[in-house]
Design a protein. Structure first.
Length: 376
């Protein structure tokens, strides 16, 4: 059996675990999970309610690895019974490829949701590959290198009207690529890609958000338009811009079923460093593709996901999706579409906070992801 088959078998086994584990009562399993903080309860008076869970993963770029998720749920004002819970999650991973890293995601809601603070960040060392830029380059051979990256993206939003938020932020990233076997006219040299790059930009954003909760939406809509300007005046190596658009819709089919839709695009212009080009494939969109293989100035993707809550704290998802890339919007239909499909297992560790295990299939690659909260 190939790797994809083995991963699919493992995932199906996880989804069937509630049926195979009747020997252990839910109370006994809860007792064990309570020691890890994964008790599926939230007490605002206790400050941050923490959960710690380890899990395996396999992605095309990281290979087989082990991740650990530390998730916290809290309220800035414990007496606030209306605003959705704030959350913070730390993820760490090591893999057989020699990769290791840390990630941070934080959603803080305060002043009766008048203000929102969102922070994303990561620190990683990952052996990976650079194919070049564009669809055609992704069909060739990659140049192997190890990327050392630091990324930080804080944003603060203010509610302008019902469900409408305006925000500002900072988008910072730095990368150093240790090329395994540099040579004259190699892939990096042909594309003029500097092995060290620093990008620093200011962002403005508008969000329209009627979702019930961010970490596991059951109904509502979300639209976001975020525009970033990177310039040497604020520390960036080059001047370029990036516009990111996102639309999500969540349609409940029953008390236990949700149909979730995602449409996303990122469009960049100017002297865009290779590490800041738009990418097709990560742990949220086009799951299963080698992250970084498909990159260009513009990328769009869409996905439709069926989410089903099973008995107790278990659930699963099924999705289909597609993506495209190009040097400009008019080129997005110049190359074959990137198809995508997959299935995932969900386990609720806190109210509206799931651990997710996703098995995604791309055209020529497969990925198995361990993360906190829904992909979108």
């Amino acid at each position: 059996m190939n790797k994809a088959g083995l991963l699919l078998s493992a995932l199906l086994s996880l989804m069937a675990a509630p049926l195979n584990a009747e020997e252990l009562t839910h109370e006994e399993i809860d007792g064990f999970l309570n020691k890890l903080g994964a008790d599926n309860h939230f007490d605002a008076s206790k400050g941050v309610n923490w959960s710690v869970l380890p899990g395996p993963f396999y992605t095309p770029e990281l290979k087989l690895g082990l991740g650990t998720a530390v998730a916290g749920v809290y309220r800035v004002d414990p007496a606030d019974k209306v605003t959705q819970n704030s959350s913070i999650s730390f993820t760490g991973f090591v893999s057989t490829s020699g990769a290791l890293g840390l990630g941070l995601t934080n959603y803080t809601f305060f002043s009766d949701d008048q203000w929102r603070l969102f922070v994303d960040g990561s620190l990683a060392k990952i052996p990976t590959g650079f194919w070049g830029v564009g669809y055609d380059a992704a069909q060739g051979d990659e140049m192997k290198y190890t990327e050392n990256t630091l990324r930080l993206h804080p944003q603060i939003f203010y509610r302008l009207a019902d469900h409408l938020y305006g925000g500002v932020g900072w988008n910072f990233s730095t990368i150093h690529a240790d090329v395994d076997d540099p040579a004259p006219n190699d892939v990096f040299e042909r594309y003029g890609a500097d092995t060290t790059s620093l990008s620093s930009g200011g962002t403005v954003a508008v969000n329209y958000d009627t979702r019930d909760v961010i970490t596991r939406p059951q109904h509502g809509q979300f639209f976001s338009a975020e525009y970033s300007v990177f310039d040497p005046a604020i520390g960036s190596d080059t001047h370029f811009t990036a516009l990111q658009l996102q639309y999500n819709h969540y349609q409940p089919l029953s008390d236990t079923e949700v149909l979730a839709f995602d449409l996303w695009g990122r469009f960049s212009q100017g002297d865009v460093p290779w590490d800041q080009l738009s990418e097709a494939g990560d742990d949220r969109r086009l799951r299963g593709y080698y992250q970084g293989q498909y990159r260009d100035k513009d990328v769009v993707s869409t996905q439709l996901e069926y989410r089903k809550k099973l008995n107790w704290r278990n659930g699963y998802v099924l999705w289909v999706g597609a993506g495209a890339l190009g040097d400009k919007p008019g080129d997005l239909n110049s190359h074959p579409i990137l198809p995508n499909a997959g299935a995932g297992y969900r386990f609720e560790v806190k109210p509206d906070m799931n651990v997710r295990l996703d098995l995604g299939f791309g055209r020529d690659s497969t990925g198995f992801y361990f993360q906190i909260a829904e992909a979108f």
